[in-house]
Design a binder for this molecule. Sequence first.
Ligand code: AMP
Length: 343
Amino acid sequence: MAEPETDSSMESQVDVLSCVQPTAQLHIGNYFGAVANWVALQDQYRCAYGIVDLHAMTMPYEAEDLRRNSRAMFADLMACGIDPERSDLFVQSLVPEHTELYWILGSLCAYGDLSRMTQFKDKSALIGERGGKFVSAGLFTYPVLQAADILVYRSKFVPVGKDQEQHLELTRGLAHRFNERFGTVFHLPKPLFTETPKVMSLADPTKKMSKSLGEKHYVGLFEEEASLRAKVKTAVTDSGGPPQGMEVSPGVGNLLEILKASGRGDAAQMLEEYKAGTLKYSLLKGSVADTLVELTSGLRERRREILESADLDRAVVDLSARARTHAIATMERVRPAVGIPME
Ligand code: AMP
């Protein structure tokens, strides 16, 4: 697919776009696997980060939780180091151009393409497993809204994990189809593959850390010291070395990975000790717990200050309005191209 030339009217757009759903609380897997990377990307790119509250409506939810979680996620991302001086930070529903472009792209998207999306199959199955019966059309068309999230900022790169590759391919296909039919407006966004660790559950290290597994499986990013230490202390390790054919057992490997990702503690040295059969697991766990306490207590303090600040609600509105200027600029090109009037 041909890349459009970058012309001067594209200058106001962003390089990197990434979004997160407003969930109740980030865990250390989200931090090491996504948010820490977003923070680092700010040094290299013009970034825009979105809290996608409209996507959260595609699964069963409570309105009050959604409102509270979106606001809290804004504070969480700022506490983690997303810097509004350098990056755009917005709440999706405060930028209505997302849904406008979603509709236009929906008319260019084949039903058959959406029915092949594996995430739809997984999520609709999950609703069934939880005893629900209602699967919304919103869940089905979710990837089109995701395409609009990316294209409305005419972003060039999207940091993706393997699970999102299929959706980005759909986005590129829609951008290409739009450009072919109506004239070039969009960059075809490229995946930005960055090395990020996959953090596993503490209680079952064969599974990816996730809140849905239950309380003892994850460490919240803003978790209090006592419960954090208790969870690390009871983390699954192994008794007497790795299973056959493995260099390191899943539990010990996960703790070493957390230590490495945090940039504190000496994971390489501990791995050597493990291989030599001299590593004391109490020392490994102590080091992981100390590291995480140091990280989380700093983040918790910053989060508390932001949440208590009288300026937070204003910042959510103002920063979203600032991000919206990019989206408006895109729609000023899209609307006439597709044959709908401008105000
Ligand atoms: P989710 O809320 O599960 O969609 O996750 C938000 C972001 O955090 C995504 O970029 C995920 O890839 C990342 N993430 C979630 N869980 C983990 C984990 N256990 N290890 C690494 N990254 C994760």
